[in-house]
Ligand binder design. Structure first.
Ligand code: 3PG
Length: 307
């Protein structure tokens, strides 16, 4: 009987866990849950006899992959797979997958939740401002970026996007304006919503040059990864521009300094909250479970991300 480990330091909603269990029960697989663990040793221990594993932002590094002697597949229930050591997976004949698009709406809605909280002064009684008529630039037009565009149009914002991997035609068919360069995007938009993955090319790539190009009332919204921000640059821009705001799903490493000096100009989540809805958990969790069953039963590797 195949053994499946669901290892979630930040658990799925119970309804999603029930759904995942049903998918595996139907396939005749055994499911083990490891939730809210704080010690990596617990993960190393739980993974030893697993044939497959579902994770979220949990770190599947080389040590974890090697400890998983029977592992054939690891599925990241979500979009970003920067938490998986893909080389270790390939070296150990483990297929790594993600579940693209399944939690995108939840992430996009959180971006607007943070924007509204910030522009309405944390609902503290003071007079705030409105999103209508403001410019928003979507940095990377993937699954989340598309939902951000859709919602932004509903708010009456002027929507722009830049993505070197998506054609101008594909962006503009959604009724938004494609810009030629990332510099143009930051130079045009009061709001920038980040949707780039974290990889060797993008880490620290959002730098002072880009941030300082933003027009007055600049608000950088990061529901991607904190690692894509150059934090020294972030502090410099906070200091130089009194109009600059940073809203991030997961606080930066320089959180303390920002909180001490720049009250009212930031929103930080305590845990990564973008995908933390029942709907997103059901979509991503069930997709992950089904991908595992399809992999074992049909050899389906559609969402494989390693070589
Ligand atoms: C993702 O990459 O899908 C999001 O960052 C969600 O991450 P989470 O599953 O840890 O909430």
């Amino acid at each position: 009987m195949k053994k499946i480990l669901v290892a979630t330091e930040k658990p799925f909603a119970p309804v999603a866990v029930e759904g995942i269990k049903k998918v595996f029960e139907k396939a005749g697989y055994e499911v083990k849950l490891l939730e809210k663990y704080s010690d990596k040793a617990d993960l190393l221990n739980a993974v030893t006899d697993a044939d497959a594993m579902i994770i979220r932002s949990d770190k599947a590094d080389a040590e974890v992959i090697k400890a998983a002697k029977n592992l054939k597949i690891v599925v990241r229930a979500g979009a970003g797979y920067d938490n998986i050591d893909l080389t270790a997976c390939t070296e150990n004949d483990v297929v790594a997958m993600n579940t693209p698009g399944q939690n995108s709406n939840a992430v996009a809605e959180l971006a607007f939740g943070m924007m509204l909280y910030n522009i309405r002064k944390g609902f503290n009684g003071a007079s705030g401002s409105e999103l209508r008529g403001k410019t928003i630039g979507i940095h990377a037009y993937g699954n989340v970026g598309k939902y951000v565009a859709l919602i932004a149009k509903g708010f009456g914002m002027k929507v722009y996007a830049f993505d070197p991997f998506v054609s101008k035609e594909d962006i503009e068919k959604d009724g938004i304006t494609a810009l030629e360069s990332v510099e143009d995007l930051y130079g045009t938009c009061q709001y920038i919503s980040l949707h780039i993955p974290a990889n060797e090319k993008t880490k620290k790539s959002v730098n002072s040059e880009l941030m300082s190009k933003m027009p007055k009332g600049a608000t950088l919204v990061n529901t991607a990864r904190k690692e894509v921000i150059c934090e020294e640059c972030l502090l410099k821009v906070f200091e130089e521009r009194k109009d600059f705001n940073y809203l991030s799903d997961l606080a930066p490493d320089c959180q303390k300094e920002i909180e001490e000096k720049y009250a009212g100009r930031f929103v930080f989540t305590a845990k990564k909250m973008g995908a933390q809805t029942s709907e997103a958990n059901i979509n991503a969790g069930l997709a992950a479970a089904e991908q595992i069953v399809n992999f074992f039963e049909k050899g389906d590797i559609t969402f494989k991300v390693n070589k």
